[in-house]
Design a protein around this ligand. Structure first.
Ligand code: SF4
Ligand code: SF4
Length: 270
């Protein structure tokens, strides 16, 4: 994202809108600027603010006069008064930032918006995680923190070395050059996104080892990591994960339950 330096009147309204804290007023030029390294191209500033098209030199003049008389001339807090926030033409590899950070952009690999994955929310119809298996959703980054693919790769490499398989229909997997080694395209390793999700599936017996790897690698990363684990319930509605997680020191809460009311799209081999 860019700020039109002629149009900006440095009112500062866009600063709190940015989830990455990437917008700041440069006192040297008296205009807002975007830290391009931190901007994840989420478009929150562009879409989230109302726009007026006041004449910039006039607004600056009024603000100067007002300042001289010790009062302020500020636009309403949700308005960019001069329509100065301008999207730039995004090319590879920067375009990856928007694909993972703008919830209105669908991923080419999955057709799903935002981070581009249904996670295990649709497991009742996809049967991806079967009995005796555990599905992991490993989420990197949060608003205000973000995540770079270089950090994500540190985790995927360690998981790959353990022998896990990455979910094929996942946007991060689609950016891997060598999934069996957890290697992500080199040209995007420095790209920063609001958040991204890695999905894997293992046997239930491997859950403690996987949790151990995630915990130890996450300490080395310059981002935050959140983990969700899922399994199938048996016919009585019991699931095997809670006790397993408690044994590993994680209080288990059943966050989401798929009821199995959807149309089955992937049959389980009998
Ligand atoms: S809201 Fe518009 S005019 Fe105000 S600082 Fe931001 S870009 Fe500049
Ligand atoms: S596109 Fe998003 S990250 Fe970039 S400056 Fe705007 S709000 Fe901040």
């Amino acid at each position: 994202m860019q700020i039109d330096q002629y149009r900006c009147v440095a009112c500062g309204n866009c600063i709190p809108v940015c989830p990455m804290g990437a917008i700041y007023i440069d006192p040297a030029v008296g205009r807002a600027q975007v830290n391009q390294d931190e901007c994840v191209e989420c478009y929150a500033c562009f879409r989230g603010m109302s726009k007026e098209r006041l004449f910039p030199p006039m607004v600056r003049a009024i603000r100067r006069v007002a300042k001289a008389f010790r009062f302020r001339f500020d636009p309403e807090p949700d308005i960019c008064p001069t329509d100065a926030i301008v999207p730039q033409d995004l090319t590879w590899p920067r375009i990856v930032r928007r694909a993972f950070s703008d919830p209105q952009v669908p991923h080419e690999s999955t057709g799903i918006h935002g981070r581009g994955t249904a996670e295990v929310k649709t497991n009742d119809v996809t049967n991806r995680v079967k009995e005796g298996e555990a599905g992991f959703v490993i989420e990197f980054g949060r608003p205000g923190v973000g995540a770079r693919f270089g950090d994500i790769q540190q985790m995927t490499q360690r998981l790959a070395a353990f022998g896990v398989e990455f979910e094929k229909n996942n946007p991060v997997t689609s950016l891997m050059t060598e999934p069996d080694r957890g290697l992500i395209r080199e040209d995007i390793l420095n790209e920063k996104v609001l958040s991204a999700i890695v999905e894997i599936k293992t046997g239930l017996d491997q859950v403690p080892a996987i949790l151990h790897i995630i915990r130890s690698v996450s300490r080395e990363l310059d981002t935050v990591v959140a983990v969700g684990v899922s399994s199938r319930c048996d016919a009585a509605g019991n699931e095997p994960l809670a006790a397993l997680l408690e044994r590993e020191g994680y209080p288990a809460y059943r966050g989401k339950t798929n009821l199995g009311l959807g149309r089955v799209t992937r049959q389980v081999a009998v």
